[in-house]
Design a binder for this molecule. Structure first.
Ligand code: NAD
Ligand code: UDP
Ligand code: UDP
Length: 371
């Protein structure tokens, strides 16, 4: 792995950047696409703290400048307003590619626009970042998603499970055309609510990443992220944790979709960031599941939210979408073994940390330090 890239480095007379964690080394130049978003901004914090130089590339579609305001003025930090769908020239050592229109609200309310924006961002955006990695010999990390497993028949999901289609085993041009047609047909037949645009966009991004790795020797890393929560999460993006927390704080009923017996596993954002950094610095391509194996039904999650914020918060049942996955829980044995990584923050420990941030953003500055 990385042999082709090393040859490229030799040609260019540059040393490859392969530095073990914890070893003193020269500061790296790192680009984080989607760095103004929820996960990206926490990653940027850690990279800056570690002494590296960070360039954030973000079009602020769902991200916010406030998430990074504390780095403005730091000479090792730069923020560029840019859509990854357009090519960009940068000189960097590592690329964390997070940019993605990732909100379920968008795909439920405007599926046509969403499907296109997902496809274009995931395909063209990823292609551009891979092209950049190729040109400068940088290492590239893709943040894929547990959604590539679809509504999984295997539980918990290991990386070897293909979901419905093997995302990294196909021929590139066939994949792109074929997948686009399938997603388009699905959408036309089934109409709004089809969430496959998200799954398929990420599958395609994984395919492209593996094609650049196998075909061109680019150093790549793939993370499959499971549901993550924490401070700076979008308040109104429709995800279950942000919905419940915001609802409980606003004294509104918690909206449970369906019977509430579907499960998810919720990972605190600092655990994810640690996993992403270990993956980038490590020797293994992946894909790696990064998630917390603690599994909760939505009713159990509602209970934890009630315990944390408001014991009297009411629960209101709402119809669920048909294609909602019934169960999701990562098998993280691979990351444990090869990256020495596992989550350390439980839901009961992590939720209050997020509540403090939500309280402040919803109600404005509060001097009592509540939460
Ligand atoms: P987010 O919406 O907070 O962050 C995404 C960022 O990408 C935003 O800042 C947005 O403005 C930016 N962006 C979107 N389209 C862009 C474009 N075309 N050009 C430049 N920037 C663009 O979402 P997040 O939760 O921080 O997710 C980060 C990554 O992790 C995404 O790739 C997402 O698919 C993946 N992921 C997240 C979760 C989760 O639970 N948070 C789960 C699975 C995968
Ligand atoms: N690209 C980019 N920045 C770079 C190098 C490439 O945005 O520094 C884009 C480039 O515009 C192209 C994509 O990445 O659309 C893929 O580049 P690659 O060189 O792999 O393919 P080619 O340009 O040869 O088709
Ligand atoms: N969900 C819910 N109430 C909400 C929002 C979501 O019960 O207000 C459910 C949703 O139906 C799904 C689960 O919570 O079963 C997780 O949804 P989310 O969109 O957060 O994540 P994903 O489905 O992408 O895992």
């Amino acid at each position: 792995e990385g042999g082709g890239n090393n040859r490229r480095f030799e040609r260019l007379g540059v040393k490859p950047t392969r530095v073990p964690l914890g070893v003193k080394r020269k500061s790296l130049r790192i680009v984080v696409t989607g760095g103004a978003g929820f996960v990206g901004s926490h990653l940027v914090d850690r990279l800056i703290e570690r002494g590296d130089s960070v360039i954030v590339v973000d079009n602020f579609f769902t991200g916010r400048k406030e998430n990074l305001a504390h780095h403005l003025g730091n000479p090792r930090f730069e923020m560029i307003r840019h859509d990854v769908v357009e090519p960009i020239l940068l000189e960097v050592d590592q690329i964390y590619h997070l940019a993605c229109p990732a909100s379920p609200v968008h795909y439920k309310f405007n599926p046509v626009k969403t499907i296109i924006s997902f496809y274009v961002t995931n395909v063209v955006g990823t292609l551009n970042m891979l092209g950049l990695a190729k040109r400068v010999g940088a290492r590239f990390l893709l943040t894929s998603t547990s959604e590539v497993y679809g509504d999984p028949l295997q539980h918990p999901q290991a990386e070897t499970y293909w979901g419905n289609v093997n995302p990294i085993g196909n021929n590139i041009s066939l994949t792109l055309i074929f997948r686009f047609i399938i997603v388009f047909l699905l959408f036309t037949i089934l109409g709004p609510g089809v969430r496959s645009c998200y799954d398929e966009g990420k599958r395609t991004a994984e395919t492209l990443t593996m094609d650049y790795h196998r075909g061109l020797g680019i150093e790549v890393r793939i993370a499959r992220i499971f549901n993550t929560y924490g401070p700076r999460m979008c308040i109104d993006d429709g995800r279950v944790v942000s919905n419940f927390v915001a609802q409980a704080l606003r004294k509104e009923p918690l909206t449970v979709y369906g019977d509430g017996k579907q499960t998810r596993s919720f990972q605190y954002v600092s655990d994810l960031v640690e996993g992403l950094m270990r993956l980038m610095e490590g020797e293994h391509v992946g894909p790696f599941n990064l998630g917390n194996p603690g599994e909760f039904t939505m009713l159990e999650l509602a209970e934890v939210v009630q315990e944390t914020i408001d014991r009297n918060a009411k629960i209101e049942f709402r119809p669920n979408t048909e294609d909602d996955p019934h169960k999701r829980k990562p098998d993280i044995s691979k990351a444990k073994e090869l990256l020495g990584w596992e989550p350390t923050v439980s839901l009961r420990k992590g939720l209050p940390l997020m509540v403090a941030d939500f309280r402040q953003r919803i109600f404005g500055e509060q001097k009592d330090g509540s939460g």
